[in-house]
Design a protein. Sequence first.
Length: 427
Amino acid sequence: MIYQNTLEFALQLDEQDPLKNFRSQFLIPQHNGKDAIYFCGNSLGLQPVSAQKFVNDIFETWKTHAIEGFFTGDDPWLSYHKELTKTVAALVGAKKEEVTVMNSLTVNLHLMMVSFYKPTKKRFKILMEGGAFPSDQYVIESQASFHGYNTKDAIVEIFPRKGEFILRTADILQTIEDNADELALVLFGGINYFTGQFFDIEAITKAAHQAGAYAGFDLAHAAGNVPLKLHEWDVDFAAWCSYKYINSGPGGISGIYIHEKHFDNKTLSRFAGWWGYREEKRFLMSPGFEPDKGAAGWQLSTSPVMLLALHKAALEVFEQAGGGAPLRTKSELLTGYLEFLINEINKSKGQELFKIITPQNKDDRGCQLSIVCKQNARQIFDFITNNGVIGDWREPDVIRLSPVPLYNTFKEVFEAGSILLASIREN
Ligand SMILES: *Cc1c(COP(=O)(O)O)cnc(C)c1O
């Protein structure tokens, strides 16, 4: 696509956009009496218009049927979570039985590590990306300590080379190989929250397996954002949240994936709860845990139906949009346009005032661009915020902007570009 730095061009792209009607399915936050330019998908996706109705349906059933709500009506609460797994599985490229929705992300990372971090005297190391999201760091540190290891010995972090922002896949694979004899687990992000780099999940998984380790991924920034093929890539496990790109509400329910080859793997320990018990026998309330088939056997507690209702509303929008493929096509164009406009600003100023640290190759990123502001970073962020562009600020000088294909427009991207340009004049 050859982009043009004009409003007419942006409007033309909007006109041709096959997904243009989906914006009306979301509630757009307001700024000074008009729609904000909301590029914050990576922190909190927008509310689907239908979300309130889905939650109201639960209120109604609770009011009318109380406990019978678990067993009656169109969507009995007992099996409500199962209605979501088809769409969730499609989003992450898994079989239906390989996914379930439960808990929240950090909790699920711990549960996944209970199963897949099985350190032995010889194999006890965990490899992770340096500068991972803090919750992931704390999970991994505390799991290593829980098993009696010094975190310095047990955790191998891999950082970009000096002067670089992006991890080179070759360096990741080399580090796995270098630690092969002691490696128990590779636990990586799918997309790094700070740089927006989309890692080569397939290659990392392959290298981990060659080293004799398990490979798991935190897909917080990847699920609903980029195409994933967890099953085909042979990933052992993954977890993600639903409130970023999947628009299922603040603190929304998390999802997990476990490869089917592990369903009956008795060497994996797991923490058990009654909701993960074999469904047909759950209410016999017998002693002795028998897991349900598939990822569902990792559930612990009664499903939080209110959160599931929010998730269901959001997932239905994805289904209507035809799943991940059409969204990805638009996403690449939308983010590519933002990248083009930022580079135009740099060109017009004769210097790289905004340095995009997210990979240039569209296969190595999702919709997010992370932009280092070379001068007056915080003032620039405040300026764009005051002018209705909602992004995220990351210390010390990075602005993250994530145009989301379900609800953002090319016109908004164009306007954001103009506001960024104006921010330089003002600061
Ligand atoms: C957003 C995010 C989290 C948040 O975890 P919660 O348990 O949902 O608070 C964790 N890890 C990563 C990589 C994230 O991006």
